[in-house]
Design a protein around this ligand. Structure first.
Ligand code: ADP
Length: 635
């Protein structure tokens, strides 16, 4: 049979280089990765056979075998699972399709030092390639279930690999690691040592539901180096079926790492045993970090679904609502058909029941975190708050539970995040509404002109900077009878204060400005539906506000980005009658016959208001010309 040589894809080569010169101190995890792959392969074969019993494959003794050879310095990880075809080997092993790994490499390049790199390796499972941390050559022989011919893949990890068809490959996959030379000073890293192998399997792979057997160990010391009886190293217990007090945190965490493809500890472990007519067990995990693709359309999410301990599918989305898409875990149901498909799942009554129950369970765990472990809650909210808030819009049934665990940045002097309940509790006498401001960033809204009067009066305003905030505030509308009100929408009538203008003064002012306001409205007709005097400005000359039920510019942009037609909505321009620029403009307007010069100033004033809320001038070049012209005159 001919051997073909291929080049690794660029990313794959980078990853391999990293493994070969690994800075990662915990090399033991390579075995977890290979056992994990083998376990998945066995799951897949059992399911394939269940769905098609004519498939030519033996499923009577599915298992994983480890074999160490001290003299040859090899360690073999073998499974009799689904295997891979010739093409699949090239695709799956020769390239990096996993977007998470690509992201990992990108971040790695940005990490400056070794410590940073090590931290990153710890965050991403790097799968099969991790074998190159301990081996200088890896050979893989595999045969896909149902096919006659097998494939041998081999590489020293240096840029190329070879593929060759083989005739006598057994069912499944075996991976032979040609281990790097032993380090005489560090016996701890001898992966041919029985003791070492047992320890690693126990630590990382105990819950694997297939037997992991150690076979034919030749230790080079025995009389004949003979073959001992295979020994099963793992307990194979389904953790989700065991009472919580019998399972250690470590065991749960290892299961999480296996199913979550995460090398870090989870933030929270949640267990649920549902009894009754429809029985199931669930073991859920909240990760400690948001995945990088949390807001991407193509993010893979969902729980693992088992039926009576038989693995049915990964990424079962129907079990949790989209706003809990970061939750990982396993659900094992008693009475579902093994043949359920994704399409059926979406409509299944039992699945919907499970979804409701699991959702409530997750939300109540977040609630307990909030009251019992504020630091962990803070981490949770920082990582996942923006996703959870989607539920305020999409899941009215759980809205109250979601509002109870939601917290927001605020202008309150203690600088702490606040819940709506806390906000309402500390609302001063006379304040009827919950005030908020939305915007792209904390800086942009902190200094927004809309905030001036609120700051001055010390009225607390919630600072909302996630894109979803624009949407849920409208959907929710009120909390405990208090309206949620944007400081940038509608008329604001804050409580009167000592130094406020009297009714009479206000009336006079309104009369004095009436002409200018009407004239400006006409000039700015394209963009502005009303020009009025402001009660919310103290330092800035002008700002734009929307009517209470108008779309905000951010929402308009969002809809456009989603490809929807949105009419350009005109806003209200508010002027600060106490600002020198506005005063001056009014004087000029009243005194002059020829107002052509003033048109530019009116336009500039409007554009300044656009800029102040983080918007873009409609015609930036024109704005720059006008501005430069004015500045020149000040010299
Ligand atoms: P990951 O497991 O994260 O997908 P790997 O690099 O470990 O990444 O493996 C890539 C793919 O190769 C797997 O998703 C699987 O399809 C295939 N694969 C790896 N090991 C085996 C195996 N023992 N049997 C069958 N397929 C395997």
């Amino acid at each position: 049979m001919s051997t073909e040589t291929f080049e690794f894809q660029v990313e794959a080569r980078q990853l391999l280089q990293l493994m070969i010169h690994s800075v990662y101190s915990n090399k033991d995890v390579f075995l977890r990765e290979l056992v994990s792959n083998a376990s998945d392969a066995l799951d897949k074969l059992r399911l394939a056979k269940l769905r098609d019993d004519t498939l030519d494959a033996d499923v009577s003794d599915l298992h994983i075998e480890l074999e160490a050879d001290r003299e040859a310095r090899t360690l073999t990880v073998r499974d009799n699972g689904i295997g891979m075809s010739y093409d699949e080997v090239g695709q799956l092993i020769g390239t990096i399709a996993n977007s998470g790994t690509a992201q990992f490499l990108k971040e790695l390049k940005e990490a400056q030092d070794a410590a940073g790199a090590e931290g990153l390796i710890g965050q991403f499972g790097v799968g099969f390639y991790s074998g190159f941390m301990v081996a200088d050559e890896v050979t893989l022989v595999t045969r896909k279930a149902g096919e006659k011919q097998g494939t041998r893949w081999s590489s020293r990890g240096e840029g190329t690999y070879t593929l060759e068809r083989v005739d006598d490959a057994p069912q499944g996959t075996s991976v032979v690691l040609h281990l790097k030379p032993a380090d005489p000073d560090n016996q701890l890293h001898d992966y041919t040592s029985v003791w070492k192998i047992k320890e690693i399997v126990k630590r990382y792979s105990d819950f694997i539901t297939w037997p992991v057997r150690l076979v034919g160990e030749k230790d080079g010391k025995g009389d004949d180096g003979g073959t001992a009886e295979p020994e099963t190293l793992n307990s194979m217990k389904a953790l989700w079926a065991r009472p919580r007090d019998e399972v250690s945190e470590d065991e749960y965490h290892e299961l999480y790492k296996h199913i979550g493809h995460d090398w870090r500890e989870p933030l929270e472990t949640i267990q649920l045993h549902a009894e009754g007519t429809f029985e199931y067990q669930a073991l859920l995990f909240v990760p400690s970090h948001a995945p990088h693709d949390l807001f991407r359309q193509d993010m893979r999410h969902g729980l693992q679904l088992y039926v009576k301990r038989v693995f049915i599918m990964d990424d079962c989305e129907a079990l949790l609502p989209a706003y809990l898409r970061f939750v990982k875990g396993v659900v094992d149901a008693q009475d579902l058909s093994l043949n359920v498909s994704r399409e059926i799942l979406q409509q299944d009554r039992h699945i919907r029941m499970m979804q409701r129950r699991l959702t409530k369970k997750v939300l109540s765990s977040v609630k307990s975190m909030m009251t019992g472990a504020p630091d962990r809650y803070a981490t949770f909210w920082r990582e996942f708050g923006a996703v959870l808030k989607e539920g305020l819009v999409t899941d009215p049934d759980n809205r109250d539970a979601l509002l109870a665990v939601a917290s927001f940045a605020s202008t309150h002097e203690d600088g702490e995040a606040v819940t709506l309940k806390q906000y309402v509790e500390r609302m001063p006498e006379g304040q009827d509404d919950i005030y908020y401001i939305t915007g792209e960033s904390r800086e942009a809204i902190d200094n927004s002109p809309h905030m001036e009067a609120f700051r001055e009066r010390g009225i607390e305003v919630l600072l909302l900077t996630d894109p979803v905030d624009e949407v849920w505030v409208d959907a929710v509308g009120e909390f405990e009878g208090k309206r949620l009100r944007s400081v940038a929408k509608g008329e604001i009538d804050l409580d009167a204060r000592e130094d406020d203008k009297s009714e009479d003064e206000l009336k006079q002012q309104a009369e004095a400005y009436a002409g200018l306001l009407g004239w400006m409205r006409e000039r700015l007709d394209d963009d502005v539906k009303e020009v009025r005097l402001s009660t919310r400005l103290t330092r800035s000359p002008a700002c734009l506000v929307a009517d209470a039920n108008d779309l905000t510019p951010a929402l308009e942009n969002m809809y456009r980005a989603m490809g929807q037609e949105v009419p350009h909505s005109r806003r209200i321009l508010e002027l600060n009658p106490d600002h020198a620029l506005v005063k001056g403009l009014n004087e000029a307007y009243t005194e002059r016959e020829d107002r052509s010069e003033l048109i530019d100033t009116a336009e500039l004033l409007y554009t300044l208001a656009v800029l102040a809320e983080g918007g873009r001038p409609k015609d930036p070049a024109r704005f720059v010309r006008l501005m430069a012209d004015r500045l020149e005159r000040t010299l």
